[in-house]
Design a protein around this ligand. Sequence first.
Ligand SMILES: [Zn+2]
Length: 213
Amino acid sequence: MVEVHKVSGATFDSNVYLVLDEHPILVDAGMMAGPTLKNISRYIDPKEIKIIALTHCHHDHTGGAPELKKATGAKVLLSEKEGGCVGDELTTVSYLFGMEAPEYKVDGYLKSGMILDLGEWLLDVLETPGHSLGSVCFYEANAKVLFSGDTVFPDGNIGRTDMYGGNPESLISSIERLTQLDVRTMYPGHMEITSKEVNRQIQMSLRFARSVL
Ligand SMILES: [Zn+2]
């Protein structure tokens, strides 16, 4: 039985998820590694984490990546479209947080069609640009689980498209793609985890995006 725990701890961090399968992984890294590592240690030795899969390069999702990588020894995966973003304060929007862009080595690039094999769960990589150039979501078809990054949030909310690399048309197409999935539980990059009529919530996000973008 696969378990997912939200392990981010700092106030402005993105959500960081610890997925406990045969090969434990983190989805996103937040900004502050300290509280996250402490929360991970409640479940497993951080060194057991094999992969840190980033939904996109923004600072609130990746600022903690250098320290988490060091502490875990995990491989860091990022969209191939955002390979050039590491260390760049504009594409990572680090300047919005008054911080320097995080520097870390990307060990592998994510693209549509890739599958992350965690043991029981097989996470499909879906490229969902719009909030950023190379935003991705992760979908597990059997468990009907979606890690939605900053593409969609609960209650019909959507990711911003007004930062570098943002694109309203792309976001609408990406959300259209997400409405074709059957989702039982959504783990968003911000806000709360939800299992309540998630397909309907994503439909609401699509209507909202079409009306405002
Ligand atoms: Zn973002």
